[in-house]
Write a protein of this length. Structure first.
Lengths: 310, 458, 367
């Protein structure tokens, strides 16, 4: 029972982190029909800025965090303006490859800065900070809830609620919804679509920074391989449907939970049944689920079916 | 759009022209020296006194370059040069320690060259080839240098070296390893090509268990093993399991995935959900930190006996978040050679030379320095036998006693027997090398009782 | 008629594989140049040239499925890997840990193409149901699944970080591993592999050209442009998409079988996502949908590391001042070029060549 609860909690926390990346993916896709492979790289950029300011220069963590959020958001918007604006109207595939190119550039420069030794994020609140945990439900054997994971869950929840409010009520939010629905009509209504694109990437950059922080915070230090953890959110987007935010959240939770359960139950399963799944299975399982769901529902669980006209 | 296209085209054409000009003028690789086509057998005795010295590939009469890789070679401009190759990991899991290893090795030969070189030659290590700890790139790196060097100063990684063994065999290329697989001491595995040094993983594994049982206050009944797949992790695990069997311990779990598939969450998860009294990891430093950290975050810090390549002294430097965990008294490390501060003639010479380059006291500098002693011994024996061709060097490696100025016990190469003593330390940030030596040349009861003539452990 | 190269007097001449005299001349010259240079170039450059030839074959394969038929495939690297391992298992040396049957090349080379083709056929049903990005993401999933299988199937691949040796060269029962003697002249193993690759390259190139001018090629073009419309005019979507994947995997497999023969060994971690993306970049940089495009891309890509190394040597001491490692510079330049081509010249190097050619064709009236 404890293992189940422990696995569930960790899976949910993982899912929360993935959802931060996944929502970024979906926002960009909805607005621009572009799948941006650069999100994981931006997550690492955000984490890198936090580390550089908070740990290397000793600036107060919260100030460093806010600076990182804004800086990554701005970088994101600048990337959109410089590289993606000329690609408006080009086939989707070409733009996706372009974002892969961007990802490679960002990561190469970043890898050089990160260097070979892992870097730390620093501690936001020393008492309930990154390096501690809380053991609850001791009657059931004790489930260890790391503060970092709790933070991830809370942040994801707050972000989703904020975005919901933003899209419903705020002027720019409604403009974004309009743009993702029909660009031409929005232009006709006087919405500055270019600015909306920039704003979408800005928000995606901020979400990526949040994700980057939780991926590399605490004892999961920032290394050259950290971006891989963010890339694992991709199946989530596909499962949920490329253009659905609730889909992204559901997909991320599915993937997070899968990873958690497989991680914890693989050994007992293998010793009980004797079937060897192979090491690294917990990293593969999300893709298998993605396959299955795609075969049943080609547009994802919540995606809108693409109606093609000749 | 038009002007943008044109601009792009112009920029690109210029780029092309520049690349074409430089690419076409690329210097050809230095012409391959003719291989010595002399009928050679490997059975002739190693040590004869001959009057003339036969030389082969990798030995030239021109002096060595003044500096390679940023470190001076100290070569004597009046002497010829013996070139040694270097296969290092600059971009993979051991990248963090690659610089230390290389510096230690180049500093060694700097010291040797400054005192006259060997046999009238100076020795220089060529530019390192990046292998990324990947067997295929290791092979490619070797192919790039195989026609230019007389021996390899370092071939980093056990599976990687095994992967190129056929090529080494074909070239008669002797190599100093940077891994401590017990197989290197047995001709059946290394065909007499690998000039090993330091204690093997298998012996380390046994000694780790024995020492922990003897010295750790709490009883140890259940243990776990986390390791990289391949001969490194496999050898260590074999040693640990043999010792565990003699003590009647239960191996609760083993997590031994390939290095590229290592899932930190799973490893840390095992430590948390299936607690053991002690665990024995054989990983690389960066993953080690994350595994210990992941478990520590959940409040789980069991006794850990780290295989030598898993520890990096950066872990106990000020500012590293896991410093407290590493110094908590639950973590111990094996070491292939005694740490930097040890009191031997070799260590002292090393400190004197390295002091000119770096303040670091990392164990990897020591490993790099120490790795070259035995190779030097082999080269000197080859020179004494009058045959500095690669076949001659290989013959010398088959039967010679090599010294290391006290850093390691005298070793008889080619005897098909691994050495069984280990060095054990505890992470300590107050010491420059990052570890305080607790036991030197320790041989536990399992290692003492094991038949080391039987062959490699795994 | 002399001087009027584009005047075709019958249909056969128009659709011939090399249909103008210029093309014939250049092809012949290129061939001769390659053959002669193989005797004079150093090992290093021979290695690069042979790699370029083999990568061209794989790039042509990707071009079939992505450039001609318009199906996004990120899994090309996996198919190359399947080809490599089929050849390694059938043609390589076996041991206690690793399977190898040391069969003749006549057996493993074709099979190295056929087995990936069969796997490619299995992907086809998915391809028909999915479009665009979703297809791309599914092929992405394929890459991860194949990586997983490669790393865990140790008896075939040796496992990640351990690897295994590749096939031995044995044709008609004659062992070519140490080179062979043509009269009194010794041809080394790598030179032999060069000639083999050249032969395969010519066959593959002819195959592609032939494909392009055939009914299948036209069907692919139709599918790429608008698959619903293609279906409406009677093209069996399923059959052609399946054949596109199968053919492309065949090319990939054949290329994979030979490409690692020179280094002699292969590690399963080699066939990852970055490897597949590299091929996509080669096709894009070279020019998708054309025959010469992937060739340009492959040559460009194979020579880049050598060129960068020479550049750094050229700058000598300044090279040390660079903040980045040579491998990182290579990656950076590669990514920049990819982005540059996508934005400025979507038709890739072929597009550049096309413009240059037209400029000179119309000279001195070009503008």
């Amino acid at each position: 029972m404890t293992i189940f609860l422990q696995a569930s909690f960790e899976g949910l926390a993982l899912g929360a982190v993935y959802s931060l990346v996944a929502i970024g993916f979906v926002l960009i896709y909805k607005a621009m029909d572009v799948l941006s492979f650069a999100q994981p790289a931006l997550a690492v950029v955000g984490a890198g800025i936090i580390s550089a300011l908070a740990v290397d220069r000793g600036i107060n963590f919260w100030i460093a965090f806010i600076i990182a959020l804004i800086a990554t958001g701005l970088l994101s918007a600048i990337l959109e303006r410089t590289f993606l604006r000329p690609m408006v109207g080009e086939p989707v595939f070409a733009v996706a490859i372009l974002t892969i190119g961007l990802d490679i550039i960002l990561r190469t420069v970043l890898d050089d800065w990160i260097g070979l030794n892992p870097r730390s994020m620093g501690d936001p609140i020393t008492t309930w900070g990154e390096f501690g945990s809380l053991t609850v439900l001791n009657n059931y054997g004790g489930v260890i809830m790391k503060f970092q994971e709790m933070g991830a869950l809370i942040t994801a929840l707050v972000s989703v609620l904020f975005l919901r409010y933003f899209f419903k009520i705020s002027k720019y939010g409604i403009a974004m919804r309009a743009t993702s629905f029909d660009q031409e009509a929005s232009l006709a209504q006087g919405i500055n679509v270019g600015r909306i694109f920039g704003l979408v990437w800005f928000i995606a950059g901020i979400l990526a920074t949040f994700a980057g922080f939780f991926i590399t915070g605490g004892f999961n230090l920032l290394t050259q391989a950290s971006f891989i953890s963010a890339l694992r959110a991709l199946p989530a987007v596909v499962i949920g449907g490329l253009d659905s935010i609730p889909g992204a959240i559901v997909g991320s939770l599915i993937i997070g939970l899968t990873q958690g359960y497989v991680g914890y139950y693989q050994f007992p399963f293998e010793s009980a049944t004797g079937i060897i799944l192979g090491s690294g299975f917990s990293l593969l399982a999300p893709y298998l689920i993605m396959f299955v769901i795609l075969i049943i529902k080609p547009d994802g669980l919540f995606g809108t079916e693409e109606v093609e006209r000749v | 759009m038009r002007s943008k296209r044109e601009r792009g085209v112009i920029i690109f054409s210029i780029l092309l022209l520049v690349l074409a000009a430089c690419g076409g003028g690329a210097t050809e690789e230095t012409s391959e020296p003719v291989e010595e086509v002399v009928a050679e057998t490997l059975d002739s005795p190693a040590v004869t006194t001959a009057s003339t010295l036969k030389t082969g590939v990798g030995v030239t009469d021109e002096p060595c370059p003044e500096a390679v890789g940023g470190i001076p070679t100290g070569a004597n401009p009046a002497q010829g040069c013996i070139y040694l190759g270097l296969l290092n990991d600059y971009t993979g899991p051991y990248a963090a320690v690659s610089v230390g290893l290389e510096t230690g090795q180049r500093a060694f030969w700097l010291a040797v060259n400054s005192t006259g070189g060997i046999g009238g030659y100076s020795v220089a290590i060529t530019e390192g080839q990046d292998t990324g700890y990947n067997p295929q790139k290791h092979l490619e790196g070797y192919n790039a240098i195989r026609n230019d060097v007389a021996a390899l100063a370092m071939s980093l990684g056990t599976p990687q070296t095994v992967f190129i063994l056929d090529e080494l065999d074909a070239d008669n290329m002797v190599s100093a390893p940077m891994s401590w697989y017990s197989g290197w001491s047995y001709k059946s595995v290394d065909r007499g090509l690998v000039v090993e040094f330091g204690s093997a993983y298998c012996a380390d594994g046994m000694n780790a268990v024995d020492w922990a049982v003897d010295n750790y206050p709490a009883p140890i009944k259940k243990i776990g093993i986390i390791a990289y797949q391949g001969d490194y992790g496999g050898d260590w695990a074999a040693g640990v399991k043999k010792a565990a069997a003699t003590h009647g311990m239960e191996v609760a779990w083993e997590y031994i995935p390939p290095v590229t598939e290592f899932d930190i969450t799973q490893a840390a998860g095992l430590l948390v959900t299936q607690p053991v009294d002690a665990y024995f990891p054989a990983l690389s430093p960066s993953l080690m930190a994350q595994v210990i950290g992941g478990a520590a975050q959940a409040g789980v810090i069991p006794l850990a006996m780290l295989a030598a390549p898993s520890y990096n002294d950066a872990f106990v430097q000020e500012g590293f978040p896991l410093k407290a965990v590493f110094e908590s008294g639950a973590v111990y490390t094996m070491a292939f050679v005694d740490p930097f501060e040890a009191d031997t003639a070799g260590h002292a010479a090393m400190r004197a030379t390295l002091g000119n380059f770096t303040d670091s006291a990392s164990t990897f500098l020591v490993a790099g320095w120490a790795s070259q002693y035995h190779l030097k011994g082999v080269l000197e024996a080859a020179i004494k036998g009058g045959d500095l061709t690669r076949a001659g060097i290989r013959r010398a490696a088959a039967n010679v006693n090599v010294e290391s100025e006290g850093m390691m016990p005298t070793r008889e190469l080619g005897q098909n027997r691994a050495d069984a003593d280990s060095s054990i330390g505890q992470p300590d940030g107050s010491i420059p090398s990052g570890s305080r030596s607790l036991a030197s040349r320790y041989v536990g009861k399992t290692a003492a009782a094991y038949d080391w003539n039987a062959g490699p452990c795994s | 008629m002399k001087g009027r190269p584009k005047l075709y007097t019958n249909y056969q001449k128009e659709t011939a594989i090399l249909n103008t005299t210029t093309q014939k001349v250049w092809a012949l010259l290129g061939l001769l140049l390659l053959i002669i240079s193989s005797f004079y170039l150093s090992q290093y450059w021979m290695f690069l040239v042979t790699t370029a030839l083999l990568i061209s074959i794989a790039a042509w394969g990707l071009n079939i499925v992505s450039g001609f038929a318009g199906q996004i495939s990120l899994a090309h690297g996996a198919f190359i890997g399947i080809g490599t391992y089929v050849s390694a298992v059938l043609g390589g040396v076996g041991s206690a840990y690793i399977r190898g049957y040391e069969l003749d090349m006549l057996i493993w080379l074709p099979l190295a193409g056929i087995v990936p083709a069969l796997v490619g056929l299995m992907v086809a049903p998915l391809a028909v149901r999915l479009k665009g990005l979703n297809l791309g993401l599914v092929t992405l999933g394929l890459v991860y699944i194949s990586s997983f299988i490669f790393s865990n199937w140790k008896s075939v691949t040796g496992g990640s970080g351990v690897g295994r040796k590749t096939a031995r060269l044995k044709i008609f029962g004659i062992d070519f591993n140490d080179g062979f003697y043509l009269g009194s002249y010794h041809i080394e193993k790598n030179q032999f592999i060069f000639f083999l690759s050249l032969l395969l390259f010519i066959l593959a190139g002819a195959g592609i050209k032939n494909l392009m001018r055939s009914k299948i090629g036209r069907a692919y073009a139709a599918i790429r442009d608008r698959d619903i419309a293609a279906e409406a005019i009677g093209i069996n979507l399923y059959r052609y998409k399946a054949s596109a994947f199968a053919l492309s995997s065949f090319y990939a497999g054949v290329s994979g079988a030979i490409i690692f023969l020179m280094s002699g060994g292969v590690d399963p971690s080699q066939f990852n996502l970055v490897y597949s993306v590299t091929f996509i970049a080669i096709v894009i940089i070279g020019g998708a949908g054309t025959v010469l495009g992937p060739l340009f891309g492959a040559v460009f890509f194979s020579l880049i590391p050598g060129v960068i190394k020479s550049l750094i040597h050229f700058f000598g001491a300044y090279g040390q001042l660079l903040p980045l490692h040579p491998t990182q510079i290579e990656r950076l330049i590669f990514a920049l070029l990819l982005i540059g081509f996508l934005i400025f010249e979507p038709r890739g190097l072929w597009g550049v060549w096309f413009r240059l050619r037209n400029y000179f064709k119309a000279w001195p009236f070009s503008y």
